[in-house]
Design a protein around this ligand. Structure first.
Ligand code: TYD
Ligand code: MG
Length: 446
């Protein structure tokens, strides 16, 4: 293929240059210019001039999307009900989290119904993929594999197979020969993605792209292609015993924020239909410093355990260690407790942990975190029949959060008679309403 026209684009400020420069003329950043293909595609009106290019929004009927199940209800939920033809999904996650495993399982399910699936890997040999497939019970005749790092090979293979699902593992390992630069550079990742997206849209093939995530949490390289894809899924969690979650950060064919929950086993990823039970399974009832909180992710309520440990500190600065929650949120809660309950946290080390390796950013965790902190400090547990949720304001007020019904229902299903939470006009059954953080702390004294 002829080499496409290229230009050099600063990855920091977007300034363009026809030549490579060591320093960006726009923002003076060093070594920030990367080669990218020039956009040369021109818009061609289809069907001649007499045909109108636009139509009134009222004349557009509601289209029913034909969806293909991935065989994993948890993944289907995150996608909004399955794979949509021509949709492009970016699945990001740290190495070893289980991206290849998850997609090979999905490929197995789609191929099992006789539809061809193409799994293209630039990371593993076909022998390695087949070996994994054997362990996952994914040896199906209509599952085709190709090991390559060349985009053009993938496109040709796809042309041959005409797959009902195309998996690219991973986007950073592919390179196009129409562009200089190694695989994984911003220019290559962008070009490879654009070409694959074009192909998927043209032939109505659902396309899943794997993207590796850097330590900072951004999908390295692929961060720049997030706008090119229809859905961005983040695969996160504990590589040990805990749960792994797939979260929709963006979804044009479903609601964002939905989460699917999995556990890694000997035979691949297993769906966890009741994560609350999984998470609270070995919890000892009524422990000082431990509070159960019904959180909400997407449309799903999830009971998790918040653990806190407060201890006097010896020297230097007091420690603030969090796992699973936002540390800025903890700092705010500590400041409010310091003011409202006159607890001198500045003289104490504080550790807060969500069990199960989950990470949850939800203001509804404020109140359970505050209760767990004070419970640990006082060495007294909350009565075992209580769970807690609610946002805490800077004035110490306990604020309403969404999905009240779902939270109360989930807590009840797990055997909690009542939730300490924000007062609500809608419902009081199963709710122990509190207006302020002081009022909530009263429950630890008894
Ligand atoms: P993998 O899917 O290769 O992760 P990624 O593609 O995100 O880098 O697998 C992650 C880990 O899971 C790997 O270290 C091995 C383990 N694993 C199991 O425990 N059970 C299994 O059945 C499989 C296939 C993998
Ligand atoms: Mg992999």
């Amino acid at each position: 293929m002829a080499k496409a026209k290229t230009e050099f684009v600063c990855q920091a400020c977007g300034a363009r240059s026809p030549r490579w420069l060591g320093r960006c003329p726009g923002c003076s950043a060093w070594d920030s210019l990367a080669e990218e293909a020039l956009e040369t595609r021109t818009v061609k009106a289809r069907g001649g001039a007499e045909k109108s290019l636009v139509r009134s929004i009222t004349s557009v009927g509601a289209e029913k999307l034909e969806r293909t199940s991935t065989g994993l209800a948890e993944l289907d939920r995150v996608l909004g009900g399955g794979l949509v033809p021509g949709s492009v999904i970016l699945l990001g996650g740290e190495p070893g989290i289980g991206k290849s495993t998850l997609l090979l399982q999905a490929a197995r399910a789609v191929a099992a119904s006789g539809n061809p699936v193409l799994y293209a890997s630039g990371e593993e040999s076909v022998a390695q993929i087949a070996d994994r497939g054997r362990r996952l019970g994914a040896l199906t005749e209509s599952l085709f594999v190709v090991a390559t790092t060349e985009l053009e090979v993938v496109l040709a293979a796809s042309h041959e197979v005409k797959p009902a699902l195309l998996v690219i593992d991973s986007i950073q390992t592919l390179r196009s020969s129409s562009l200089d630069g190694a695989a994984g550079t911003v220019g290559q990742v962008r070009e490879v993605t654009a070409r694959l997206v074009d192909m998927a849209k043209q032939h109505g093939i659902p396309l899943v792209l794997v993207g590796h995530v850097t330590k900072e949490g951004s999908i390295a390289g692929p961060k720049v292609v997030e706008h090119l894809v229809d859905a961005v899924l983040a695969f996160e969690g504990d590589r040990g015993q805990g749960l792994r979650t797939v979260r929709a950060l963006k979804n044009r064919f479903g609601r964002g924020g939905e989460v699917g929950v999995f556990a890694m086993t000997e035979s691949g990823l297993e769906e966890v239909a009741s994560p609350s039970r999984f998470l609270l399974g070995d919890r000892r009832t009524s422990l000082a410093g431990s509070i159960v909180a019904p959180t909400c992710e997407g449309t799903r309520a999830l009971c998790i355990e918040v653990q806190a440990l407060v201890a006097p500190f010896n020297f230097g600065n007091p420690r603030r260690t969090t796992s699973g929650i936002d540390s800025a949120r903890l700092a705010m809660i500590l400041a409010v407790l310091e003011r409202k309950a006159e607890i001198p946290f500045s003289t104490m080390d504080v550790y807060v942990n969500l069990t199960g390796g989950l990470r949850i950013d939800e203001p509804a965790l404020d109140l359970p975190i505050a209760l767990a902190l004070v419970s640990s400090l006082r060495g007294r547990a909350l009565p075992p029949e209580f769970a807690a949720f609610g946002e805490v304001g800077l004035g110490g007020e306990v604020r309403a959060v969404g999905h009240l019904e779902a939270r109360l229902r989930e807590a009840k299903a797990l055997g909690f008679a009542s939730c300490i939470g924000p007062a609500s006009r809608e419902r009081t059954e199963g709710l122990m309403p509190v207006r302020t953080i002081e009022e909530a702390l009263g429950w630890i004294e008894r």
